[in-house]
Design a binder for this molecule. Sequence first.
Ligand SMILES: [Mn+2]
Length: 358
Amino acid sequence: MEDRIKKRGDSAVKKFNQYGITALLLTKEADIHYMTGIPGDDCALLITENKRYIITDFRYIEAVSVLKPEFEVVVTKQGYELIDFIREMKLDNIGVQDEHLTLCAYNEFCTAFPRDKIVPVTGLTESIRLIKDEEEISLIEKAEAIGDQAFEHILGFLKPGVSEKRVALEIEHAMKLNGADGFSFSTICVSGVNSSRPHGIPSDKLLEDGDFLTMDFGCIYNGYCSDMTRTVAIGHANEEMVKVYNTVLEAQIYACEHLKAGMHVKDGDYLARKIIEDAGYGEYFGHGLGHGVGLEIHEDPFLSFRGNHVLEENMIVTIEPGIYLPGKFGVRIEDLAIITADGIDNKTHSSKELIIIK
Ligand SMILES: [Mn+2]
């Protein structure tokens, strides 16, 4: 087993005391991926103090066998399900991912365990995944570079008369051509009045002269996500559009220049929020400044007025302020960066100045 994989499991075991558990059952795909180094679909992972078990069915036996001998492979079949294996193990207190476990699965667990021996441990693996190791950083860097390449390509593709859906397809196509395994989320391409919806769905609307077009996209590379957003103007931008764009840009750049390890996420969020508020658009910036990115597209730490983390070196976060004027237009600019001791290492290299597509 690779050292880093072993280390990750050991970090989880070190937290057993804190949670009062003697075993940890992981059912969330991203966490299983993290703890094994391979995709965890339709698997469960049981970590005890001395042993690790990967539980899956016939379809994945070959895939998970690479984990032997450090992981014992348990194969489920009709009449021998995960719950039967867990029952056989005669565990004491078992930690489960309460934010992920379905009510149905929980009820099944209660047939194998007294209710008070099932301990919710949401946050345990998340807290380990907060800080990225070298391997993770290089995969996210690569994924973000694929996004940058797609943006460069799309600039030559945009013109009035092309639909939002077509633009989204072109971005996704470019990312796949450049090595993406998949997409971190459904590509957002919203133009004109649609751009005031931060997470709008691409429609058949055609790009028109005077539209803002917001493109928010990311890919998955070896399990790791990227995320970036750029807003461009089609044909021309009126005075209000330029003012709003430059306000978002100023807020985004200021946040990039001042985020660093040791800063509370609430203060990080406020770096950008203060600039947007001072410009009179505070009520139109209704989401947080950013979020962690890793095996999941949205993970801790959340840079938000509701967040509760302090930034640390080698956390990876997005920096994405926006202003959304209902019925008019919206602007968002998003980079992805690594937190360092004295600042950030920005991994998004696409230009942020207002681009007007002629
Ligand atoms: Mn994002």
